[in-house]
Design a protein around this ligand. Sequence first.
Ligand code: 4AD
Ligand code: MG
Length: 464
Amino acid sequence: IADVKGGPNEGLDRVGQTVVVMGWVRTLRLQSSVTFMEVNDGSCLSNMQCVLNPEAEGYDQVDSGSIVTGASVCVQGTIVESQGSKQKVELKVNKIVLVGQSDPSYPMQKKRATREFLRTKAHLRPRTNTFSAVARVRNALAYATHKFFQENGFVWVSSPIITASDCEGAGEQFCVTTLVCSSFSNMPSLTIILFQDFFGKPAFLTVSGQLNAETYATALSDVYTFGPTFRAENSNTSRHLAEFWMIEPELAFADLNDDMACATAYLQYVVCPLFQIFIGGMKIPSCKYDFKFMLDLQDVAEKEFVQLTYTDAVELLLKTNKKFEFPVAWGCDLQSEHERYITEEAFGGCPVIIRDYPKEIKAFYMRQNDDGKTVAAMDLLVPRIGELVGGSQREERLGYLEYRLEELKLNKESYWWYLDLRRYGSVPHAGFGVGFERLVQFATGLENIRDTIPFPRSPGSAEF
Ligand code: 4AD
Ligand code: MG
């Protein structure tokens, strides 16, 4: 359907051509001499209106009521100009084949089902306009991400999902265990199930691929990871998932300024209006209709991002008359309400980068600034979301890093390989992590992050 209707004149150039549409019936309107059937094939938001006369081969299945909403069909016909106002072209059907029947219990019939309801139908929600569009936008953003880094000479590195190290040092890891079942021949009804460490050693699902990316950045120069990460934080919010994808570039011979410049260029690239054109041109199964779902992101693509230090941000928050739920003081972690105030109200919807955070609230690997109190960290905030990107210049000095691990009572031995990178040809390097679902959320304007990933994992939801 995108192929026919996605062009500049919405299919008029295809009038007279014979095409086959394979998809799912969205609606069916039976009139005395003609039946209108809307079919969607997932290639774009637009349906193909199929016009069926009793002469069409297979019409008896429509007549007998076998073809209903939700059924899968294969329709062959001629593209004709439409008399209706909703579309430029429609399909005059010669032949219809019912591929798969649909039971009357099909739950996707209701026009305006709530997002909450659709989350309970994660297996069928991609058949709705919103969720099919989100899937295509997500795909386009992933493609643009690879395109941006590939065009800029970064090498994609796969980071492991199972790991022994806690990158963020926050203890928010899921444990990996192996199940050992033992049965006994003399007691067949008894089975003992044991949970063991990962083959005898503790292991966890990764919270970030950064430490692994650093090993490759200090050998190949600029690299990036793009894969699933996991956080066992029990936060039931509209911005947190237990399983989310992260894009983590790591730049060698780079400092915090290079890092911020890269994050800015990346974000402007993926949301750039040009992006729409390249999707059209690249024949990604998407079409311009999907961008009705995308907010006007031109601002982000064109505005210069604001930069300020954490210290200035705290001063700004202390000066405002706005009442916050969490009080602000130098040294506190900025909460979502503070981040949103800064980007939405203080700077009128412009993305903001805050840098140089107190070392106490940031991870062990961040490079200490000369003031001894702050680290070369940065968070990029955007309206509606708050923190979209978190990054830093890494501590490349062996002594400082060892001291920091000791200070935080982290197990220095388990970071031996990470310390080796500082022992052998250490270089200044920096990187950041983009929460991919937060990016999709930002681009689509969805209120809840659970609607940006096909199968959301959050407290209490792992059904599908
Ligand atoms: O700020 P975070 O924790 O930074 C890191 O993990 C670094 N190791 C990244 C790096 O420097 N390579 O996470 C990075 C981003 C956040 O800014 C946020 O967008 C997203 O990951 N994020 C989450 N997204 C969804 N659900 C969660 N529970 C998230 N936690 C972090
Ligand atoms: Mg962060």
